[in-house]
Write a protein that binds this ligand. Structure first.
Ligand code: FA5
Ligand code: MG
Length: 387
C-alpha cells in the first residue's frame, strides 16, 4: 500500500506488523466497529489488477492503451492506493449524505468506526485533485457486502477515470461547461467500448450518484440480460471547489472491471476470477484481448431451499455473509423465491441457495453438511426462526 498523510497511519502500521487483528468471523452479531470476516480480510493485497496474465490485469492494460493513444499520455495512473480509507475519503469527500444506505454496516465493511475497506475507487478523487492531478485513472480492489450471484462478489475491481476542463476548453464550443463535459464523457466511454469490444449491444441509462450531476450508467447485453458495467457523470461543483479547482468542470466514471472482463473473455461467473485452477489461469496471456474462455467442465448445481420467519433486523446481505462464511466460493447464488406475511403480521422468507464448484463435483454429504451449517448459523447469528 502507498500510504498518504491523513492520519490513518496508526491503523496501517499496526496492520502491517500484524499487531492488530482486524478480521473476525462472527461478523453479523455484535461488534459494531468491525464487520470484516476473515474470508474478506484474506483478499486484501491480492491485487488481481496488477497481474499481467490475469483477465483483470489484461483489461486494465488495454484500457490504459486506449487512454494513452487518445490523450497522449495525459492521464496519471494509480493502481497501488491503499484500499483501507477513512470514512471521510470514502463518503464525505464525495458528498455521500450522512443517512445514505451505502454508509451502513449492512453495505460496507468497517475496520473501525472511522475506517472502511473502500467501496469504490471514487474514494480517491478528492485527495488526487488536491494533489493537483487533473487527468487520472485509479484502479483498485473494492469491497462491498452484497448479494450472491454470477455478477456480484464482495471483492471486485474498479477503475476510476477523472478529467478536469478549464473554462477555455468549453467556452469556444458554445455549450455550457456541464453539457460540454457530459458530451465528452459519453464520447470517451463509447470510444473505449469500441476499443475493447468492437461491436457490442449497449445502452445509456439515467442514474443518480451523490457526486455527479447529471449521472449515467452504461449497460451491455450479456447472457441474455442487460448488465450494468459502469457509472459516470459530471462532477458536482462542490467537490471541485473543495479541492482547489475553482472555475473548472469535470467528468468522472467508475468501471466494474470484472463485469467488462466477463463480456470480453466470455467468463460466465465472477467467482472464476479468484480461481487458482490452472485450467482457468493458463487460458490467459499478457496483452492478448481476443481470447474466449473455454469452460473446462460444467458441474451441476445443487439447490437447497430454506424458510424462516424474519425479524426486524434481518437483511439479505447478512444472510449472504453467513452463506459465504460457510460455503465460500461454493455458493453460486442466493435467491429469494417466496415471501409472505401471515395474519399475525409475521413475515416468512424462503431462500434458494445454489451450491456449485467451478472446479469439481460436490458430493451430497458435502452439500448437506454445508446446508446444515448455514441453517445453524442463520438461526444463531441472524436470530430468525427456521420453519
Ligand atoms: C460506483 O461505485 C460509483 N463510484 C461509480 C461512479 C464513479 C459514478 C464516478 C460516477 C462517477 P456503482 O455502485 O454503480 O457506482 O458501481 C460501479 C460498477 O461496479 C457497477 O456498474 C458494476 O459494474 C460494478 N459493481 C458493483 N457492485 C459489484 C459487485 N458486487 N460485484 C462486481 N461488480 C460490481
Ligand atoms: Mg450502480
Amino acid at each position: 500500500c502507498t500510504r498518504k498523510k491523513n492520519g490513518r497511519l496508526p491503523v496501517m502500521s499496526a496492520l502491517e506488523l500484524g499487531g492488530v487483528k482486524i478480521a473476525r468471523d462472527d461478523v453479523v452479531r455484535d461488534d459494531p466497529t468491525n464487520n470484516v470476516p476473515d474470508s474478506i480480510f484474506s483478499k486484501l493485497g491480492m491485487q488481481l489488477h496488477k497481474r499481467n496474465q490475469h483477465p483483470i490485469g489484461i483489461l486494465k492494460n488495454a484500457i490504459y492503451e486506449y487512454f494513452d493513444a487518445n490523450y497522449s499520455n495525459k492521464f496519471d495512473k494509480f493502481d497501488d492506493l491503499c484500499p483501507l480509507v477513512s470514512v471521510k475519503q470514502n463518503f464525505d469527500d464525495v458528498l455521500v449524505p450522512a443517512d445514505h444506505i451505502s454508509r451502513s454496516y449492512n453495505d460496507t465493511y468497517y475496520v473501525d468506526s472511522q475506517t472502511v475497506l473502500r467501496c469504490h475507487t471514487s474514494a480517491h478523487q478528492a485527495e488526487l485533485l488536491r494533489d493537483g492531478h487533473t487527468h487520472f485513472l485509479v484502479t483498485g480492489d473494492v469491497y462491498r457486502r452484497d448479494s450472491i450471484d454470477s455478477t456480484h462478489y464482495p471483492v471486485f475491481h474498479q477503475m476510476e477515470g477523472f478529467r478536469v476542463f478549464s473554462p477555455k476548453e468549453w467556452e469556444a464550443s458554445g455549450l455550457d461547461g456541464t453539457s460540454y463535459a457530459a458530451d465528452d464523457l459519453k464520447k470517451c466511454l463509447e470510444g473505449l467500448a469500441r476499443h475493447l469490444f468492437g461491436a457490442v449491444e449497449m445502452r445509456w441509462i439515467d442514474a443518480y450518484f451523490p457526486f455527479t450531476n447529471p449521472s449515467f450508467e452504461l449497460e451491455i447485453y450479456f447472457q441474455e440480460k442487460w448488465m450494468e458495467v459502469l457509472g459516470c457523470g459530471v462532477t458536482e461543483q462542490e467537490i471541485l471547489r473543495n479541492n482547489g479547482q475553482l472555475d473548472s468542470v469535470a467528468w468522472a466514471f467508475g468501471l466494474g472491471l470484472e463485469r467488462l472482463a466477463m463480456v470480453l473473455f466470455d467468463i460466465p461467473d465472477i467467482r472464476l476470477f479468484w480461481s487458482n485452477d490452472e485450467r482457468f489461469t493458463s487460458q490467459f496471456t499478457k496483452g492478448k484481448m481476443g481470447i474466449k474462455f473455454k469452460p473446462f467442465s460444467k458441474f451441476p448445481p445443487c439447490y437447497k431451499d430454506m424458510s424462516f420467519w424474519i425479524n426486524e433486523s434481518f437483511t439479505e446481505n447478512n444472510l449472504c455473509e453467513v452463506v459465504r462464511g460457510v460455503a465460500g466460493d461454493l455458493a453460486e447464488e442466493v435467491q429469494l423465491i417466496d415471501n409472505f406475511t401471515n395474519k399475525k403480521g409475521m413475515t416468512s422468507h424462503c431462500y434458494r441457495i445454489a451450491y456449485r464448484s467451478m472446479e469439481r463435483s460436490l458430493t451430497d454429504e458435502e452439500i448437506n453438511e454445508l446446508q446444515r451449517k448455514v441453517r445453524e448459523q442463520v438461526e444463531t447469528k441472524l436470530n430468525v426462526e427456521l420453519r
